[in-house]
Ligand binder design. Sequence first.
Ligand code: PLP
Length: 466
Amino acid sequence: MHYVSTRGSAPALGFEDVTLAGLASDGGLYVPESWPSFSADQIRALSGLSYVETAVRVMAPFVAGSLNEEELRELCAAAYGRFSHDAVTPLVQLDHRHWLLELFHGPTLAFKDVALQLLGQLFERFLSRRDDHLTIVGATSGDTGSAAIDAVAGREKIDIFMLHPDGRVSDVQRRQMTTVLAPNVHNIAIDGSFDDAQALVKAMFNDADFARRFNLSAVNSINWARLMAQVVYYFYAAVRLGAPDRAIAFSVPTGNFGDVFAGYVAAKMGLPVAKLMVATNVNDILHRALAEGDYSQGQVVATATPSMDIQVSSNFERLLFDAGGRDGKALAEQMKGFEASKAMRLTNAQRDGASALFTSARVDADAMTMAMRWAYDAAGQVIDPHSAIGLAAARSIDLDPAVPVVTLATAHAAKFPTAVERATGIRPSLPSRVGDLFAREEAYAKLPGTFEAVTAYVAGRATPRG
Ligand SMILES: *Cc1c(COP(=O)(O)O)cnc(C)c1O
């Protein structure tokens, strides 16, 4: 499988190179040259398979040329062996129509583990093949950071520098990052928002000398391998609910557009997806873009769902590329315009391509609270605020009532105990697998949100290439 950049001028690369590179050298994101396609019989054959076997079948076409099936199975078994539920991503029924897909049974209690546990395995395999070293720099609105750190802590060939917006992640989220004291883990609290932190990371990648010197790589959802790993659970859930003989809708609490884009990929591969609901909080750039064609950046508002407090969704570029006719040169121009003016209109082709599959909803704090209460009252489920944004949107979906609607439950309620307690009166406790999080020592640097401060910090601690 070869991958091309959404901006049309970086060289096409194989899976191994794309995984290690993260961002393409022209500033674009990698997407497969063409979508692999599964027949109805191939999808039917997934029924009853374990999560790991499903993962091997769904991902095999994407890694072809870089990993054989046996290698892929080994890495999946290692990655998903660390989940606390046998089904890895179990489905829970809420009422006759609504389901939750629980994606939070990994080591750091959010769906990011599904992709990052695999990415950690892929990095290790590819770096030892090449005898190379990697410097991961990433920005996190909370959950990516802890999941990435867990996935690479203690690995010799990797240093990780994780930027989070100071004071804007929950205590559990921060501690899950800052209490990992492995020598290759470097936490940085930035004075600014998540978007500021993400812009700093992008600037480091755009500094070609710096990026080359330290062999920078990304674990943000711009990394294709992460999206690929997320495609698996759409198949796993849909097959359990009757695919390929029945279409399924998904509601996805959305920030960077990675998780829901994986649903789009599943649909492109032949999975019968009736609709993808893009559920946003009041930071609603995606809702405005999908409903009105207006992709213009607003001010980030801090909410009870920090992992969705985003006004620029990196992965949206992948949709604009694919739905808009895969014209990399034109998209490069469009994105350059957006980067300069912080606003752009979607083209008609992009709007039409997106509206076939996507719908969207903006969910405010009251609707989120109501959804948490409903899940508890109707089905005894204590859900986290992000999942509640998804569920509120799912319950407003305009669709044939015979279509099952699966809400992606993206975090464990115990990651956000205060908001959950406020809505339901129940204070969820941390599962035993995270141990004594609040007793452990923390270590992190606090830096101003400037390029100079952050690059100096990284350069002083990372391993330059020989
Ligand atoms: C990251 C995250 C999201 C948003 O996912 P994207 O792939 O960035 O759209 C939603 N909920 C939780 C709990 C998250 O950690």
